[in-house]
Design a protein around this ligand. Structure first.
Ligand code: GLU
Length: 614
């Protein structure tokens, strides 16, 4: 995780870098630092947010047309001023920022200490810059060569930018398993973890590939090479992102803005892919030649994901099994990659990741590819690593998601999966024609119904006030709403720090029921048509033990209203489409509880958005 930004050109680097770091702060925010070169190198580092850094540097020398900056999510060494990036080499000539983990740092560090090196920080990163510096110094090598040799000795993941104060008209950057984008302006270059810091400056970008090095110069020239020194022809792409999407507007937090964007983001995900009146669904990724047949005839889908994306994948399991009759297994990517799974050529591995950079998901995909499976990505970030290594895929078109707790990316993933499952079910003849058309019409109405579901905001805000001192919460759901119970619990945990568990409603009697007493709020997602009576019984079981029931029900439901303590209504829809609506009140509930508890909703403690380390 962590965000890196660097600039070289004719403008002042400081404001560009600071603005970029603020846009990347979702990636990590435990400390920040910057190094600028004018007559000499000036480096400032501070524990805390980017704003702590900007207050700290007030009145200091911030000049320079070249600089590198970092906002950290610590992996090695606690978050403090010293461990903050940038780090410098032994003779002070090189300064470096890094995203990732150098796994063999301990061995390298030991060897360097024997050679007389001394270290200031506890980070793996400082070891890397010392190594590059030592290689450069020994044979007086150009920086790019020293970087190349050093990187061939390290194991792990990195996106780095290095500044040499003896040659401040050049920056050298490289990546492996951590993202890095080069922005090309007129006689200027930007380097960043994702494209957001570039918006407003340039729309010409190159996404570096693994084991590539970029050498960018103040005179406007640049070169991309592999770490084996082969020159690459850069693939320059057009960046399509606008400023409004990167700013909060009138909302207090990005998370609330993103919750409210969902009617539009779901519509964007379906745009050009669905026409209920004409009776078609088209998802480019699954129509591609060489992909279509393999998908339709797959023996099995394996879905690999982490966190919220894993919950979307679980909904995918319900959708594909019910509608397309394709067996699905849902895997935590971090487990899948390390457990020697059985994956065959006639399996399709579908990866879900908002950022498209999730390290474990990426690694699981690479393994599946080696085993001969077709690999498919459902991602949000255009041009991300998963988007590039997969055989095919679907973008969810949700726009940048900045709030660390995922909301619109989740509904985007579920929308993409729903489109795919209905399309494939129809083609495989596993959904009756009339039901197919019913689903299409239902799906087309979803953005409007999400809008209606959002109307419960005021009711939820009042409700939230009653639960701010709660220590534990249970979330129960059945069928399509079981993954929503998991997602609701995760949302509450991550932003309000209240312990919460999601369970299939019927599993409650196998353990969690022991926790229920008059202090335990139990959120029951009870919009199911099938198994409705069963979920009503589950609510009765909670009430019989004096639990406090907050029920999410279908508009007009009378029965549950009589037994639950609180009911929140959402519009009616076809059952497989319910998750797109039932998650909305749960997102709002966690938001308001966190807000009243005074938590930083967009930047919850210990978390970062794009998990690019294992
Ligand atoms: N491993 C480095 C550190 O702990 C970088 C972490 C990151 O990528 O956020 O400082």
């Amino acid at each position: 995780m962590c965000g890196i930004v660097a600039y070289i050109g004719k403008k002042d680097a400081y404001p560009i870098i600071v603005k970029g770091l603020k846009r990347l702060e979702y990636r990590g925010y435990d400390s920040a630092g910057i190094a600028l070169f004018n007559d000499d190198l000036h480096m400032y580092k501070k524990k805390g947010k980017v704003n702590d850094l900007t207050s700290f540097v007030k009145g200091k020398n911030l000049e320079g047309k070249v600089g590198i900056g970092h906002t950290r999510w610590a992996t090695h060494g606690e978050p403090n001023d010293v461990n903050a990036h940038p780090h410098t080499c032994q003779n002070g000539r090189l300064t470096l920022i890094h995203n990732g983990i150098i796994e063999n740092y301990a061995t390298i560090k030991e060897a360097l200490i024997k050679d007389g090196h001394s270290f200031q920080s506890d980070t793996d990163t400082e070891v890397l810059v010392h190594l590059i510096g030592a290689i450069q110094e020994k044979d007086n090598l150009p920086l790019e060569e020293a970087v190349r040799i050093a990187l061939s000795q390290v194991v792990g993941a990195y996106a780095i930018v290095v500044l040499d104060k003896e040659n401040p008209t050049q920056l050298v950057a490289a990546r492996k398993a951590s993202p890095l984008v080069v922005g090309i302006g007129k006689d200027e270059f930007f380097l960043a973890s994702d494209a957001t810091p570039l918006v407003g400056y340039t729309d010409q970008v190159v996404y570096l590939n693994d084991e590539e090095i970029a050498i960018v110069n103040a005179n406007g020239t640049f070169e991309i090479k592999t770490i084996d020194n082969e020159v690459q022809t850069p693939y320059i792409q057009h960046l399509n992102m606008n400023i409004e999407k990167l700013e909060k507007g009138d909302y207090e937090y990005f998370m609330l803005k993103e919750i409210y964007e969902q009617p539009n983001t779901i519509a964007d995900c379906m745009r050009g892919r669905l026409n209920a009146a004409a009776g078609w669904i088209r998802v480019g990724g699954i129509e591609k030649e060489n992909v279509k047949e393999k998908m339709l005839n797959a023996k099995r889908f394996i879905m690999a994901a982490c966190g919220t994306s894993w919950h979307a994948a679980l909904i995918g399991e319900y959708l594909f099994e019910e509608l397309a009759r394709i067996p699905v297994e849902v895997e935590y990517a971090s487990e899948l990659r390390y457990r020697n799974p059985i994956i065959n050529k006639d399996d399709v591995v579908i990866a879900l990741s908002q950022s498209g950079e999730t390290a474990d998901t990426l690694a699981a995909l690479e393994m599946a590819k080696e085993k001969g499976a077709l690999i498919y990505g459902i991602v949000n970030s255009v041009g991300s690593s998963i988007a590039r290594i997969t055989d095919s895929g679907s973008y969810i078109h949700a726009g940048p998601e900045i709030g660390v707790a995922s909301t619109k990316a989740f509904t985007g993933q579920v929308t993409a999966l729903t489109l795919m499952a209905i399309n494939m079910g129809y083609k495989r003849g596993t959904i009756p024609k009339s039901y197919y058309h019913q689903l299409l019409r239902g799906l087309e109405e979803i953005p409007q119904k999400v809008q209606e579901a959002l109307e419960c905001n005021d009711q939820i805000e009042k409700l939230a006030a009653k639960f701010i001192n709660t220590k534990h919460t249970l979330y129960l759901g059945r069928g399509y709403n079981f993954p929503i119970a998991l997602e609701g619990a995760l949302k509450l945990k991550e932003i309000s720090y209240i312990h919460a568990e999601g369970y299939p409603a019927a599993e409650m009697k196998h353990g969690p029921i022991a926790l229920i007493d008059e202090n335990m709020p139990v959120v029951v997602i009870a919009t199911n048509k099938s198994a409705y009576e069963k979920i009503v019984s589950n609510i009765q079981e909670v009430k019989a033990r004096k639990g406090i029931v907050i029920a999410i029900v279908t508009k007009g439901d009378q029965e549950i209203r009589k037994i639950a303590d609180y009911t929140i209504e959402i519009p009616d829809t076809e059952e497989p489409l319910t998750p797109l609506l039932s998650v909305i009140p749960l997102q709002l509930l966690s938001y308001h509880i966190a807000l009243i508890r005074g938590c930083n909703v967009d930047q919850p403690r210990n978390l970062a958005k794009s998990v690019t380390v294992e």
